[in-house]
Design a protein around this ligand. Sequence first.
Ligand code: AMP
Ligand code: GLY
Length: 422
Amino acid sequence: MNILLVGSGGREHALCWKLAQSPQVAKVFAAPGNPGIAEHATCVDLAVTDHAAVAVFCATNAIDLVVIGPEAPLVDGLADSLRGHGIAVFGPSAKAAQLEGSKGFTKALCDRADIPTARYVRASHIAEARAALAGFGLPVVIKADGLAAGKGVIIAETLEEAEDAIGHMFAGGFGEAGAEVVIEEFMRGEEVSFFAITDGSAIVALGSAQDHKRVGEGDTGPNTGGMGAYSPARVLTPALEAEVMARIIAPTVATLAAEGMAYSGVLFAGLMLTDQGPKLIEYNCRFGDPECQVLMMRLESDLAALLLATAEGRLAECATPRFSDDVALTVVMAATGYPGAPAKGGAIVLGDTGAAKVFHAGTALKGEALVANGGRVLNVTATGATVTAARNAAYAAVDAIDFPTGFCRRDIGWREVAREER
Ligand code: AMP
Ligand code: GLY
């Protein structure tokens, strides 16, 4: 089969690397791709906001499957447009992608399907939002309803901070995303990510991962897209995973299907393991970045067959994906300045990174030379029998990379490393 992969980050490099290993795959195109992706695919300059142009590209190049990596084209309805042309797509419709595109949509779904989540109030006016604060303790969580590049969540420690956050959102601080806000009870516990693939009826678990969102060691400093991850996250025990499937994932899939917006693609659930059991923090309608990188390192079976079966509504007939028992861990190397304005153009020499896999997240070629071209630049990914072993292998590879304008956290996996040392 021929595949068109949409996206240009480390997530898409990991997907592309795995898709290209499938004996069923003839050719992979990536729009726009990056220099790492270009090792496995033909990178094409295609405006993915122009749905008609993407459909023409698919027809011209005999594309059998389109895999959409990031959330923006999904929320924008690219999957719907291509399906309208009879093209198989891995990724949800715009309606189903509201799970990520609107926090209020997801909270209301949780009510209808009795899914455990934080207590909340939706507000579309500043006065309404401020009045709702009285119903919550501190800290309180204030969220812009729409897509805000991971920045639209504020955990307010004081009433003043909460009032300011609400004011900022309704003043357009997050653009259209803040036209409505969700105010939520603060949940305590350990966070974990869980991934499942569904075609709207069958559901297959892909397993767990734990991300490190803050830029600094010890989980300090501003939030980022993710500075590193590992999988599986053993804190999500098999019993808890079964509970998540039964109480969160299955009711989500069933309710959306019953309401005429069946979800097809990967469901990425952000969970809080509270003392009352796992609760949903949020959904994303795509693979996590960098969580995808560690899932792909552990996936032993054919990714292309799995994604095509999902896209064609045949997931129940597809063999259950097989994952290695090994742990995979990825360290994000970012450009100085990230998550603010990153230094662009810094030289990178990869060196001997051994068995580790270096996924490109934000790189470019300047002549023959590899340079940084984004905030998150490289995802250095390794496996091992334990998180400690995978971490040591990943940092050995990091140390073999010469990237003077880059930095990384040195403590990825710290929670689990501490548990392993006990
Ligand atoms: P989100 O964009 O919804 O994933 O939120 C970003 C981060 O804010 C999450 O990864 C959590 O760390 C935190 N967060 C969001 N909602 C809550 C909540 N209700 N209670 C505690 N932490 C939360
Ligand atoms: N790493 C978190 C995300 O992809 O949203």
